[in-house]
Design a protein around this ligand. Structure first.
Ligand SMILES: C[S@@+](CC[C@H](N)C(=O)[O-])C[C@H]1O[C@@H](n2cnc3c(N)ncnc32)[C@H](O)[C@@H]1O
Length: 290
């Protein structure tokens, strides 16, 4: 089968799952340009070459089998990112994984607000040290460091840390800038802690009784839920902020919109700014000590 026919076949199969032709086309492109698909062939495709210069290349038997398996997994509800082990975030490609030993959340568009806010803060303030709490794939510190020219020493913690964020840091030459620690926020707070100029936190924050989308059920649940009100881990971090924030420093949290009031009520201790996502929902909270 030729590339262009494989693409059309994929589009038809994926449209039958999502009922959304545009989404299916975008997924089909991501599959064909993925490193996994390239590794099975002797060519690398770009989006344009699927319809252009490479459209009539014949694909091999292994590629066929891979495509059929991909469709099978997608029909079972597995997010595409876990099938191709790639996810795009802030215009960068990150490795993501889910199996018994290696689990990372698929980075979300909303989290890009943390990146924008951090870059803005870094460009206008003296930032030499930073902490990322609940680092997952490492996408937050890596994306920020990739978009600034400043030398910041980052500590990134996660109790479920595995080699995936290290692979990502290595890919973008950030291993010397980020010290990854396999530790929870509860363990971290018992240590003799340094002070930081910036804290970023995308901790599990979904309230436990929330109705979540089907695809989220395939992601690590320990990355998503934060207890009854979703604030178990966030509270732990907020309690130690006065100890770990330098003067004129900020902490940036991704939050559930239902937690906006909790953050506003921190107004005695912190200046509080809430930032909305594209759905006009409170999604990110920025705190700095009064
Ligand atoms: C919502 S995910 C965010 C992952 C990544 N920062 C991102 O934005 O894609 C939450 C992360 O917090 C980690 N986590 C879970 N419990 C934690 C705890 N007690 N302390 C610190 N991190 C925790 C999870 O392993 C997961 O990687």
């Amino acid at each position: 089968m030729k590339i262009i026919d494989l693409y059309r076949f994929l589009c038809a199969e994926l449209t039958s799952i999502s009922n959304n032709k545009k989404e299916a086309e975008a997924e089909a492109e991501l599959i064909l340009i993925s490193e996994k698909f390239s590794a099975l062939n002797s060519f690398n495709l770009s989006k344009e070459s699927i319809y252009g210069s490479s459209h009539d290349i014949e694909v091999n038997q292994e590629s066929h089998i891979f495509i059929l398996q991909t469709i099978k997994h997608r029909k079972a509800g597995m997010p595409l990112q876990y099938i191709i082990n790639e996810s795009w975030f802030y215009n960068l490609k990150f490795e993501v994984f889910i199996d018994k030993y290696r689990k990372t959340l698929i980075p979300r568009n909303e989290t890009e607000i943390i990146i924008d806010k951090s870059i803005d803060f870094i460009l206008n303030n003296k930032v030499e040290s930073a902490l990322d709490v609940g680092t997952g794939s490492g996408c937050i510190p890596i994306s920020i460091l990739q978009n600034i020219e400043k030398n910041i020493k980052w500590v990134a913690i996660d109790p479920y840390l595995n080699e995936i964020p290290l692979n990502n840091a290595k890919k973008y030459n950030k291993l010397d800038h980020i010290e990854f620690q396999k530790i929870s926020i509860q363990q971290f707070k018992k240590l003799k802690i340094n002070k930081y100029d910036l804290v970023t936190a995308n901790l599990p924050y979904v309230p436990s009784k929330s109705n979540i989308e089907n695809t989220v059920k395939h992601e690590p649940q320990e990355s998503i839920f934060g207890g009854k009100d979703g604030l178990i881990f966030i509270r732990e971090l907020i309690n130690i902020l006065p100890r770990i924030l330098n003067n004129n420093s900020i902490a940036i949290f991704e939050i559930d919109p239902s937690q906006a009031e909790y953050f506003y009520n921190l107004g005695d201790t912190f200046n509080v700014e809430l930032i909305k996502d594209i759905q006009d929902q409170d999604r990110v909270a920025v705190l700095n000590l009064i």
